[in-house]
Design a protein around this ligand. Structure first.
Ligand code: NAD
Length: 259
């Protein structure tokens, strides 16, 4: 299927690795010029080169922290009129809510709620004027089925989700959609770090913990980032103009409910 995206411009946040990188690559394969953002210049440049070689599109790399005002300004200076915005940032650390103070909460809310909101604010009116826009927020399956030790993530992402539900119905008449994609366990550095922490805490090997986690999933495996990236590309496609304010769960069937 031709997704009708050739020649469009995308700003993809937190995209040197993992799910963000996969979204950038899937969009680039559709002929979208991508601006990718992450903090570490060397890793980011390597990813930019990989995407250029694989797809031939124009790739701009902005090494900055997207959770800061300066970082967002730098990203928007490099890509002032994106047709597609993929909001993403690192996830907050796990822990017990009794140990989290105001600063911990502000960091999580900055990264996983306010950064997305400010980038939407900066880009959505241009999309409305140009009569095309696709905004995708990478959130988490924890929005639908909260994970006890990820309280910072559960809380901050639920805030973004609520905000998006309110505005997504205001933009779609201009062919601008805003949706969230909710990953379950995907094989990325973040997942590997979680498995390593699980192994340390339980005295098992990383492979034993990974095997157990895979087995708990109805698909009996972790998701591959490319599966996530391709879903993102479809949600950004010309064909996807009639869905907005939705939360697309991609978790191998782990969420057990009917809806
Ligand atoms: P990852 O660690 O593999 O990649 C994260 C990317 O974000 C990297 O490119 C990193 O450089 C970049 N990044 C982090 N903080 C940044 C910042 N402040 N500014 C700019 N770039 C930044 O992680 P991932 O697995 O791809 O996860 C992406 C998001 O999805 C995270 O918020 C994570 O919590 C969430 N998530 C992931 C999973 C999973 O299983 N992988 C499941 C649920 C939710």
């Amino acid at each position: 299927m031709d997704l009708g995206l050739a020649g469009k411009k995308a700003l993809v946040c937190a995209a040197s690795k993992g799910l963000g990188k996969a979204c950038a690559l899937s969009l680039a394969k559709e002929g979208v010029d991508v601006t990718i953002v992450a903090r570490t210049a060397a890793t980011l440049e390597q990813t930019a080169a990989e995407i250029r070689v694989a797809t031939g599109v124009s790739v701009t790399a902005v090494a900055t922290d997207i959770t800061t005002d300066e970082g967002r300004a730098a990203a928007l200076a490099a890509c002032p009129q994106p047709d597609i915005l993929v909001n993403n940032a690192g996830g907050p650390p796990p822990g017990d809510f009794r140990d989290w103070d105001r600063d911990d909460w502000i960091k999580a809310i900055d990264a996983n709620m306010l950064t997305g909101i400010f980038l939407i604010k900066s880009t959505v009116d241009g999309m409305i004027d140009r009569k095309f826009g696709r905004i995708v927020n990478i959130t988490s399956s924890a929005v639908k089925a909260p994970i006890d030790i990820l309280g910072l993530s559960n809380g901050a992402r639920a805030g973004l989700t609520g905000f998006v539900a309110g505005i997504a119905r205001k933009t779609i008449r201009h062919n601008v959609t805003i949706n969230n994609i909710l990953p379950g366990p995907f094989e990325t550095d973040r997942l590997r770090a979680t498995l390593e922490a699980g192994a340390k805490a339980s005295g098992k090997t990383v492979e034993e913990v990974a095997a157990q986690r895979r087995d708990q999933n109805p698909a009996a495996r972790f998701g591959q980032p490319s599966e996530f990236g391709d879903l993102c590309a479809f949600v950004c496609s010309a064909q996807a103009g009639y869905m907005t304010g939705q939360n697309f769960l991609i978790d191998g069937g782990a969420y057990p409910g009917t809806f």
